[in-house]
Structure formats: structure tokens, C-alpha cells
Design a protein around this ligand. Structure first.
Ligand code: PFF
Length: 458
């Protein structure tokens, strides 16, 4: 049988809109909603925003489009896309790194996804996720995540939600669902933002985000640290260095314009992050709470805010949790696709069997991470550990290696040709090449070193 016939038919996006929605679905995740608003506000407000936009333009755009181009050029899963010959042997260390990172990330992301399902369902059922006996929300959250049974059950529910989409493949699964969830997320976010800015004292929250604040830059370790925060945020938010854009890129048809589409993804991702800030910070300040990030923001502070709004607060809470759930769902789908595509193409398993095989592994690791939230079970918070290892080591390391692979293994001439297919952006391509060869690796190395030095900083 010829090679061509032996090779399974690979998936492909059916339209530009479908691809953009899937890519935005991957990019828009917890990073935009529970991390960006806090980091922006505490790292200089408008100063951070300007820096962030520059970094997304110079570094984020270059890396994301590079990954899309590599994916389309190689038309393969990450293990095959990064295959190279070392002393006559075929190896794929970067490909395996691109499997390890998604594996670790999705093992904890499904746990958080489970918490989101629990809160969405809780609010839909009319509960306030609020402890009336002592007027707080924190213990409801802690009791839930430390409950071995129910936290595991919700982890599994979220994982099954992802697998139920992935089993249908690229077009009928990921693309179809993203085309519905992303616009829905956008409209719900706008609604919540309008509610937030009309709350009393909302101006304080807007000031926190949008007024330049040199003082907070100094308090935050100075400009180098703020730069590091902005780069780390841009990377995580665009889902760079996780193998996702290579995998999604391998489904892009040759008639698509990669620079234009990447630009759109960068703009939409940043826009959602900024609107999320507008939807969250004014509400937090209005309720007289301290700005916060992560789980503390979403599961403790915001439920306090919703409580102050009475019955209307339940409606807002349902919309808010649904929109974060949609964000986390499409992100988790994208990262699972990296694993499933590789398993499907490296084994003779069908799409269905590969999805179930990957799902079975993540089921086990997800439950282990979920159980680690109860300190009396393992004594190590695996969610925090996996997050640190991936953010501080694996993402920057993989990203630098991807640049080196493009320069030394594929060759800039070839990859630039792929980047420029159906595009006239030759001037941009020159700058892009310069960024891939010099600016990006140096800046990423900086993030890498800073991450190791400040290992305990979040
Ligand atoms: N860009 C995503 C975010 O901001 O949350 C990053 C991501 C995380 C993608 C986890 C996929 C994933 F499973």
C-alpha cells in the first residue's frame, strides 16, 4: 500500500470563521478572566496595558503565527511535526515536550473546569454559593474542593463534556461547538460588563485598570518584573508553547492567510481580556472588596458581589459562570486535541478509541490532582505544582526550542514561504523573521530565567 493511502485522512477546518473561533476558543480561557484583570491592575494599570499590547504584537503574534505555520507546513501532529534526525536516528524531543505540557496542564485544568460546572449548576439551581450562617463564601468553596467525592465527580463531568465534543473530530466537534460558544461568551461578557460599570463606585475599578500607576510598577518589583509578568501573561493567554497552535495549524487549509488570521486571534484574545477586566474589577470595588485573582477571585470574591445584587445577582452569576465555563471548556478541548491527534496518528486507533484512551489517562490524573486539594490526602498541592512547572519551565523552554527548530531544522526560507502563502505582507514577514530569530528567543529566555529566580512568585 502506498504511503499516501496508508495515511489516515487528517481533519481540516471547514471555514475561516470556524478556525478563528476554535483558535480564539483555545486562547480565551482562565488566563483572560481570572488572571489578566488583576495583573493589569496591580502592575501599572494603563502602563501594563500598553506594554501588553506591544508584547502581543512583537512576541505573541510572532510565536503564534510561527506555530500555525509549522503546523500547516508539516501537516502533522506535534510528534511528527517536530521529528528530526540526530546522528542518523529519528527523534522528536520537542514533540514529546509538546505532549508533556498539555498532559500536565489538562490534568489540573479539568479540576478547575469541574469547579466551574459545580458553581454554574449551583447558581442555576438557585443557590447563592453563600454561607448564610456566617455571611461568607470562602468556606463553601474550601469545603467543596476538599471533598474527595464531589470534587472528583465534577472533574469527571467536565472531562466528559470535553470528550463528548472531541470524539466528533475537528469539523463536527471542535469547530461546530466553538462557533456557538465563542459568540455566546462574548455577548454574555458584554452584558456582565454593562452591569458592572453601572454599579455604585464602579469608577474605582475602572481607575484600577485604566489609570497609569507608576507607584504600582515600583511596588511590583520594577519595570523588569512587570515586563516579565506581561510576557508570561501574553504567552499563556495566546496558548503559545503548548503544541496547540501547531496542532490547530495543521488543520488550516492552504488558501488561508496565516498573518491575518493570527492578528485576529491576538486582537480578539486581548479584547476579551480587557472586557473581562471591565466586567470584574468595577464589581469587586463596588462591593468594597480587595482586588484578587485566580480561584479566590472567581469562587470567593465574586460570589460575595453577586450576593449584594440580590435575585438579580443570581442571574448575573449564572451568566458569569457560564461564560467562564465556556472559556475553560474550549481551552481544555484544544489542549486535549494535541494529545488525541498524536495518539490517533501514531497508533492505529480510531478517533473514538484515541479520544477514550486519552480521556482514561486524564481521568486518573485529573482525579489525583483534585484529591490533592485536600491537604490531608497527599500534602502537596499538585494543581499549583503542575501550574508552576508548566508556566515557568515547560512553556518558555518549548517556545525557545520551537524557534530554534524553525531556524535550524525547517529553515527560515521555507517557513516564511508558508507564513506568506496567500498573503502580501512581505514587509511584516521581514520583521516576523527577525522576531523569530532574535527578539523572541532572547525575550523568552529572560522570562525563563526570571521564572526560575522568582519560583515562588505567582
Ligand atoms: N489561553 C489559555 C488560557 O488563557 O487559559 C491557556 C490554556 C490553558 C489553554 C489551558 C488550554 C488549556 F487547556
Amino acid at each position: 500500500m502506498s504511503d499516501l493511502m496508508e495515511k489516515k485522512q487528517r481533519g481540516a477546518w471547514s471555514s475561516k470563521f470556524g478556525f478563528i473561533m476554535a483558535a480564539v476558543g483555545s486562547a480565551v480561557g482562565l488566563g483572560n478572566i481570572w488572571r489578566f484583570p488583576y495583573i493589569a491592575g496591580t502592575s501599572g494599570g494603563a502602563l501594563f496595558l500598553i506594554l501588553y499590547v506591544v508584547i502581543v504584537a512583537v512576541l505573541g503574534f510572532a510565536m503564534l503565527s510561527l506555530e500555525f505555520a509549522i503546523g500547516r507546513y508539516k501537516n502533522a501532529n506535534v510528534v511528527d511535526a517536530f521529528r528530526m534526525e540526530v546522528r542518523g536516528k529519528k527523534v522528536s524531543p520537542i514533540g514529546w515536550l509538546c505532549m508533556l505540557t498539555p498532559f500536565l496542564i489538562v490534568s489540573y485544568y479539568t479540576v478547575i473546569g469541574g469547579w466551574l460546572v459545580k458553581y454554574t449548576v449551583g447558581y442555576i439551581a438557585g443557590g447563592g454559593m453563600f454561607d448564610e450562617s456566617n455571611g461568607t463564601t470562602a468556606n463553601i468553596f474550601t469545603n467543596f474542593i476538599e471533598d474527595p467525592l464531589w470534587s472528583s465527580v465534577f472533574t469527571v463531568i467536565f472531562l466528559v463534556m470535553c470528550l463528548a465534543v472531541l470524539i466528533f473530530g475537528v469539523k463536527k466537534g471542535i469547530e461546530k461547538v466553538s462557533k456557538i460558544l465563542m459568540p455566546a461568551l462574548f455577548f454574555m461578557l458584554i452584558f456582565v460588563a454593562v452591569v458592572a460599570v453601572t454599579m455604585p463606585n464602579a469608577g474605582e475599578g475602572l481607575k484600577f485598570l485604566f489609570v497609569p500607576d507608576f507607584g504600582s510598577v515600583a511596588e511590583n518589583g520594577g519595570i523588569l518584573n512587570v515586563l516579565n509578568n506581561a510576557m508570561g501573561q501574553a504567552f499563556f493567554s495566546l496558548s503559545v508553547g503548548m503544541g496547540i497552535a501547531v496542532t490547530y495549524g495543521s488543520y488550516i487549509k492552504k488558501d488561508q492567510n496565516i498573518p491575518k488570521n493570527t492578528l485576529l486571534v491576538c486582537v480578539l484574545d486581548s479584547l476579551v481580556a480587557i472586557i473581562a477586566g471591565i466586567a470584574i474589577m468595577p464589581a469587586v470595588f463596588s462591593a468594597g472588596l480587595e482586588p484578587n485573582k485566580g480561584a479566590g477571585l472567581v469562587f470567593v470574591s465574586l460570589p460575595m458581589v453577586f450576593k449584594t445584587l440580590g435575585n438579580f445577582g443570581i442571574v448575573v452569576a449564572v451568566l458569569f459562570f457560564l461564560l467562564i465555563l465556556f472559556a475553560a471548556w474550549t481551552s481544555a478541548i484544544s489542549i486535549l486535541e494535541v494529545l488525541i491527534a498524536s495518539v490517533e496518528e501514531k497508533t492505529k486507533l480510531s478517533r473514538k478509541a484515541s479520544t477514550l484512551a486519552v480521556g482514561a489517562v486524564i481521568l486518573v490524573t485529573g482525579i489525583i490532582v483534585s484529591l490533592s486539594q485536600n491537604p490531608s490526602i497527599f500534602g502537596v498541592d499538585l494543581l499549583d505544582l503542575f501550574d508552576k512547572i508548566t508556566n515557568k519551565i515547560l512553556l518558555p523552554l518549548t517556545s525557545i526550542l520551537i524557534c530554534l527548530f524553525a531556524v535550524f531544522k525547517i529553515g527560515m526560507k521555507n517557513i516564511k514561504q508558508e507564513f506568506l502563502l496567500n498573503s502580501e505582507a512581505t514587509g511584516l514577514a521581514k520583521f516576523w523573521e527577525f522576531s523569530v530569530k532574535y527578539i523572541s528567543p532572547v525575550l523568552i529566555l529572560f522570562v525563563f530565567v526570571m521564572g526560575l529566580i522568582f519560583w515562588n512568585a505567582t
